[in-house]
Write a protein that binds this ligand. Sequence first.
Ligand code: NAP
Length: 593
Amino acid sequence: MTIELEIGLYIFMLAGFLGYHLISRVPPLLHTPLMSATNAMSGISLVGSLVVAGAAYSPLSTAFGFVAVTCSTTNVVGGFLITDRMLRMFRRDQDRLAKRELGRGAWLAAAGLLAGVLALLRWREELRPLLRGADLTQALRFSYILSAALFILGLKGLSSPRHARQGMFLAELGMAMAVIGTLFHPDIVAYRWIIVGLILGSVVGASMGLWIPMTAVPQRTALSHSLGALAATLIGISEYIRHGDALGQILMTTIGLEVVIGGLTFTGSLMAAAKLQGLLPGAPITYPGQNASNFALLAVMVGSLVYLIVTPSAGSVFQLMVGLALLFGFLLVVPIGAADMPVVISLLNSYAGLADAAMGFVLMNKIQIITGSLDGTSGFLLSLLMCRAMNRSAVNVLFGAFGKIEKEAEGTAAGAKGTVRRIAPEEMGVLLDSVRSVIIVPGYGLAVAQAQHGVAELAKVLIKRGIDVKYAIHPVAGRMPGHMNVLLAEANVPYDQLYQMDQINPYFAEADMALIVGANDVTNPAARHNRASPLYGMPILEVDRAKSVVVLKRSLRPGFSGVDNELYYNPKCMMLFGDAKDTVNTLIVALKS
Ligand code: NAP
């Protein structure tokens, strides 16, 4: 083992531990912005990509480097912009002024940095003689150290919505410093493809970051994991070709890990994005012997890697390994249902971080090792939190084809026993006249119906009538961790009205009404007492303890788990059938009139 590798491994480990401590302090409220922020930071793969794109090692290297620069820039620009969009939503009146000033400062700084990069690129030849005396390599190292510190401070800022934007501003500064420093890397001799890649990536990233609706954040996240992984895979392939026969065992190991993790993350994330966008069927696709064949594929892939470590020059085995990695990512995600995609994208987030760190080891770039490790830890931690909130193991999510149950159980749900009480919107108006406190429980159906603005409006009407309104947020309600918080913040719901599951559960017994909007599994009391239920053990929102319960959904159909909800047969529960958005709008009209 070389000293550099040893130091790299220590850095990787310590960054992971530090990341664990910082990320476990991020409140669930900010879990979605956390994912896009770490995503943007892992776009630091840009620094390695810039060198490969500009070093003129070979035409193929330049081409791969150019694609990698474009992908990484898309992630950096898109990731930071969408994070900022989300964080701006979590504001309180007293924060508005300060935030506006911060926003103005951030735009000025961004414009200044862009002008700086363009000026540097324009006058680089004139600058070279001036800088010849200076030790550029040392300057680059210092810029990376400072960037790493700024990234860590950026993540620390995410521990509170008040400081999150300031934190992200520091992280953006760190990214800009690392990128500008890298433009003076001694290996870079040509800038043409770098400039084209930076511009192209910025345009695509900015479009994704500024205009994508909040309901589409999960698919955007999956897509950016695939771009980051593609960048890592291409750089790995280009480094394999460049080093040729001179490849040592250590470099081969790191390149192998980079392309294997990068390759499977690339196709796996593309599949996840397609399922979340509805381009592919959301139901798990299963066939006999699926897990066994996947394990066999994995074994061949690992075997190829081991063979290459011993015989790095075996180019055809390398090609086979890359092909298998791409196929494995695809097959890994095929049997997973759309509703489990949040866990999958968090895991893929973690893999994308590992691919980035592996690229850092290949290029011996310590800032990439640090951010890769931080990103890997963040994704891993979020996956664990989600699995815990669903009372399921990661193995069950990955290999259990859970959403398949939905179809099988539909028949049972339709024939379920018990009397269901219905209520009309006009009757709800009368009912609401007599309540003093309402707890709104948003779920996946609210996101599907895009009813967040209507719900926020309804809450305002209720508050005007002197009714106390709180929102109950289950950790896995919605389409990704923290997604409900972002949707409600988008609709200007103040974050101090949002209560996480543990905070709100004690309030249900005192509440006059639990108003459930498109949530199902997260309210099913069977999770508490029915050992035979697949939901048994999953912590739920204890809505059945409220004095009355009203459920807004279209039918009695079960939710993601496919399990009938016994809440609907509780005598104090009333069903208000219809699309959540339409029903909420009708309710607002009824209440206002
Ligand atoms: P859910 O149990 O999946 O139920 C959502 C309900 O929304 C459905 O029963 C559906 O009923 C209703 N719905 C759909 N479209 C609607 C519309 N346009 N208007 C009104 N209602 C609509 O949702 P949940 O209670 O939020 O629970 C989330 C589920 O996803 C859990 O099982 C959780 O384990 C899983 N999950 C979540 C995450 C995460 O990070 N958020 C991760 C992994 C798994 P109708 O068809 O009758 O309308």
